[in-house]
Design a protein around this ligand. Structure first.
Ligand code: FAD
Length: 496
């Protein structure tokens, strides 16, 4: 159906804006609090209510005045890694929630939380109900190190550790053992530095954030005083950004502990580095080799906690304590670099080095998982194979976000690739490649299916009740919010 006009009950032609009013007159308002739209409108379903889901929805709604979008999210709460990944001491990053909320409240967008696609409803069922299905369910798996001892107590994935301090229900019971002095983090991306910062941050900083109360209490008892952030390659290949390094350099009550030899030749290499990497490397060099001024020297002397990078090291084995119950250290292979720049390869030298530690956190990447056998999945790249968001050999199926690109990049990157996917969907509608001429039932038929299966979706207005409870709980202890930690609690508040 072309463009902006909707025909209702032989009345007149109406713009989609006023169709809401007409529908209310004729059918009343449905459970989403929004008027049901025309059965002729193109209906798109999005799987996953993280940044990719919301940005794809935003792009679709903006590009065509007739598209209706439904977002299905597994958890009762929206926003994906903005809620469960982004570090609690980065509240400014979470401002994107305001834009997502606007999208969710748009008259042509509906949110259905507490719906696990692949279990509660299949992708094929969604495809029958909608003209297009966009998969945006992120990267919830974890890359394993593949070394002996990986499953010992005291070894955690950054994904679980981050989920734990951010209140992800599935990580609530993690209870990480923080009774040791040294922690080793494997991987040198921004997530690794988030974890290092949370482990070492003074409590006064953390208690003003939305970090969960159990995490705050565990960190208050933590004995961790030294955190080493280990990478397989050298300082000029480090994967984090300058902001995160600067935060470590300026973290109160900490001092850096670097190995000068690992920076050999780096000063000479500076001139050939592209600008952002050059600035980041200069900061590391200054931190590692620079002579601190008096004030900084005094700050470092007084610091009770230590952080440092270790370069040219790969994990070989997690070492066990004498009872073989928990980790007591890590064996690292010493590497050298072959080549230079971004493409330099770490090559084993044959040497190894043991580091004593009681906590190992592997931060070597997230990975997407298949959720439905009907959807093509590239296991080697851990993504849904696609071109510009069009899933290969699957008409009407699209993908966006980390599922489309792999788990790299910041929210802005996710935004751009989600807008691209939105554009692909709209192009296909406009060109007729995606046939939207026949009406589809959309959420009507899916709601009936879910009802039959005993699944009760959480609507955006229900999430707002959860949100209000969390904010209220937070206010009482001077935090921006105190998150509900179980799905049961969330559902209870949503249904009040
Ligand atoms: P996600 O955010 O993971 O969203 C996927 C959604 O799909 C989730 O809500 C999930 O519950 C849902 N889902 C999963 N399976 C199903 C299913 N079967 N059915 C229905 N729903 C499902 N970027 C920044 O710009 N700044 C930062 O400070 C920052 N910090 C980060 C910290 C961490 C620890 C991590 C991991 C990432 C961080 N990022 C940051 C990157 C940013 O979070 C990602 O770019 C972005 O979240 C990717 O969006 P997404 O929608 O693809 O995935």
């Amino acid at each position: 159906m072309s463009g902006h006009k909707l025909l209702f009950s032989g009345l007149k032609l109406w713009t989609s804006g006023s169709s809401k009013w007409i529908d209310r007159l004729h059918h009343g308002v449905n459970r989403t609090g929004k008027a049901p739209f025309s059965s002729c409108n193109p209906k798109v379903c999005i799987v996953g209510g993280g940044p990719a889901g919301f940005y794809t929805a935003q792009a679709l709604i903006k590009a065509r005045q007739d598209v209706e979008v439904d977002i299905y999210e597994r958890l009762p709460v929206p926003f994906g890694l903005v809620r469960f990944g982004v570090a609690p001491d980065h509240p400014e990053v979470k401002n994107v929630i305001n834009t997502f909320t606007q999208t969710a409240k748009h008259s042509r967008c509906s949110f259905y939380g507490n719906v696990n696609v692949g279990e509660d409803v299949s992708v094929e069922e969604l495809q029958r109900a909608y003209h297009a299905v966009v998969l945006s369910y992120g990267a919830e798996g974890n890359r394993r190190m593949g070394v002996p001892g990986e499953d010992l107590a005291g070894v955690y994935s950054a994904k679980d550790f981050v989920g734990w301090y951010n209140g992800l229900p599935s990580c609530r019971e993690l209870g990480p053992d923080l009774s040791c002095e040294t922690a080793v983090i494997l991987g040198q991306g921004n997530v690794a530095l988030d974890v290092a910062r949370i482990l070492l941050s003074p409590l006064d900083i953390l208690k003003k954030t939305d970090i969960t109360q159990p995490a705050l209490e565990a960190l208050a008892e933590s004995k961790v005083r030294r955190v080493l952030v280990v990478g397989r390659r050298g300082p000029t290949q480090i994967a984090c950004t300058i902001k995160e390094i600067r935060e470590m350099v300026n973290l109160p009550d900490t001092r850096p502990e670097m190995v000068a030899a690992e920076f050999e030749g780096i000063t000479e290499a500076l001139k050939d580095l592209p600008r952002p990497r050059k600035r980041l490397t200069e900061l590391m060099l200054k931190t590692a080799l620079g002579i601190p001024d008096e004030k900084e020297q005094e700050r470092r002397t007084k610091a009770s906690r230590i952080w440092g990078f270790r370069f040219f090291r790969s994990p070989v084995e997690i070492l066990a304590d004498p009872d073989h119950k928990k980790t007591s250290g890590i064996r690292l292979a010493v590497n050298r670099l072959e080549g230079s720049g971004e493409t330099a390869r770490a090559v084993l030298t044959g040497e190894v080095e043991d580091v004593t530690c009681g906590l190992v956190i592997s931060s070597i990447g997230y990975k997407s998982l298949p959720i439905d056998p009907s959807v093509p999945f590239d296991s080697s790249k851990a993504i849904v194979p696609n071109s510009m968001g069009r899933v290969q050999q699957a008409a009407g199926l699209y993908c966006s976000g980390w599922l489309k690109t792999g788990p790299t990049g910041v929210i802005a990157t996710t935004m751009n690739n989600s807008f691209d996917t939105g554009r692909s969907v709209v192009e296909d509608m406009d060109s007729g490649t995606l046939d939207v001429s026949a009406g589809k039932p959309g959420s009507q038929s899916i709601s009936a299916l879910l009802d039959k299966r005993g699944v009760k979706p959480v609507l955006f207005s229900d999430w707002e009740k959860i949100d209000a409870v969390e904010v209220r709980r937070g206010e009482a202890i001077e935090k921006p919010r105190e998150k509900l930690l179980t799905v049961e609690e969330m559902l209870l508040e949503a249904r009040k």
